[in-house]
Design a protein around this ligand. Structure first.
Ligand SMILES: Cc1ncc(COP(=O)(O)O)c(C=O)c1O
Length: 383
């Protein structure tokens, strides 16, 4: 008897996970790896987070929470918007999610129907494309480059043929680290609103910026239908706690609540309790940003000497996206050789860009300073 595998489930792999697997195999065979592939903070979660979790583990039953998440955490996040951005966001429109990954699933399900068309930047975070595909939503991958600072812009969106139902932007972006200015965020959000295009703003790298702060699309009077997605995985250094949040427009809040009730029941309870403490750890979190900046500066100084001279801006996040077209047209093979020959893991651009990704790769500098120095040394010797 032949069983079918549904076509919508046959989405592309998240290639960085495959690279991590190859790196793990190498480590298991006793050969070390410098991890420039992984886009996550290293080290422990902030102390107060761990203490809050310990206390909750010992004293609380940790059952389900209400579907939109623990009220005190939602209120704390609303306060964060007032404090960090000076915008007013009602706690009732904040939904806590199982990482921002669940936020994307919930937002896409609530906002888009099968056959709708949603624009995403190429290069961009691969899961946008792959989740949309699984939901039967057409992902319109829009090539971007230096002309729009690697971001979608009103000009870029105007150039797309056919009707658009949505657009996903990320600032700072993965993999390029490029950012939209406050003016650009407002312009994009206002234009999308007027066109009836649902803007999904991925703000998960907010906080990890070098120089100017990232602008939020939350609370913009001109964009009341935008969805804002954020996470505790990056700036807040709570990656494996699997927690994120959304700021929802009024028309989607109930739909997302019902979806969450049925798909997840509630986000992880222990993580929700612990996450409230992370807003009291800003000194610790800022010290991490300083370390990322030092790592970035080391790589910016060293990589050109290793043959990686053409790099996207890296205004924020912890990535450097390199054009390696002078070295290869097959970034997957290039990264496999780099791992095999010098033990440095990086992510091939094919993960992020269906058009040009064979000629690019991404380095993550979320690791230790010592790893950056050693990686640069090996890459220069490998050249
Ligand atoms: C741009 C972007 N959005 C979303 C995510 C998903 O993160 P999480 O589910 O841990 O919040 C990632 C993870 O790397 C990312 O880079």
């Amino acid at each position: 008897m032949a069983f079918k595998v549904a076509e919508r489930g046959a989405i592309a792999p998240f290639i960085v996970m495959d690279v991590m697997q190859a790196a793990a195999r190498r480590e298991a065979s006793g050969r070390g790896v410098i991890h420039l592939e992984v886009g996550q903070p290293s080290g422990l979660a902030p102390l107060k987070v761990r203490e809050a979790a310990r206390h909750a583990l010992l004293t609380q039953p940790l059952g389900y929470t209400v579907a939109l998440g623990v009220e005190s955490l939602r209120t704390r996040i609303a306060r964060h918007y007032a404090h960090a951005y000076g915008v007013s966001v009602p706690a009732e429109r904040i939904c806590i999610t199982t990482g921002s990954s669940a936020g994307f699933l919930l937002a896409f399900l609530a906002a888009f129907a099968p056959g709708d068309r949603v624009a995403v930047a190429a290069p961009g975070y691969p899961a946008y494309r792959n989740i949309l595909q699984a939901l039967g939503v057409e992902c319109v991958s829009v090539p971007v480059g230096p002309a729009s600072r690697w971001q979608l812009s009103v000009e870029v969106l105007k150039g797309i043929e056919g009707k658009l139902d949505g657009a996903v932007v990320a600032s700072p972006s993965n993999p390029t680290g490029s950012m939209l200015s406050a003016h650009e965020v407002a312009e994009l959000a206002g234009w999308c609103e007027l066109q009836g295009i649902r803007l999904i703003s991925d703000e998960i790298y907010h906080g990890i910026t070098f120089g100017r702060a990232a602008a939020t699309a939350a609370g913009l009077a001109a964009a009341p239908h935008a969805v804002i997605i954020n996470s505790f995985s990056k700036y807040y250094a709570m990656t494996g706690w699997r927690l994120g949040w959304m700021v929802l427009p009024a028309d989607l809040t109930r739909a997302v609540e019902c979806l969450q009730q049925n798909l997840f029941i509630s986000p992880p309870t222990l993580s929700q309790i612990a996450a409230e403490a992370v807003f009291d750890c800003l000194d610790d979190l800022e010290a991490r940003v300083t370390a990322y900046q030092e790592n970035r500066d080391i790589l910016l100084a060293e990589l050109p000497e290793a043959g990686f001279a053409r790099l996207a801006p890296s205004d924020g996040a912890f990535y450097l996206y390199a054009d390696i077209s002078d070295q290869t047209g097959d970034s997957r093979d290039f990264c496999a050789r780099m791992l095999d020959e010098i033990g440095v893991a990086a992510t091939p651009g094919v993960d992020f860009d269906p058009y040009e990704g064979g000629r690019t790769l991404r380095f993550s500098y979320a690791g230790s300073k010592a790893d950056m120095i050693e990686a640069a040394r090996r890459l220069k010797a490998w050249r």
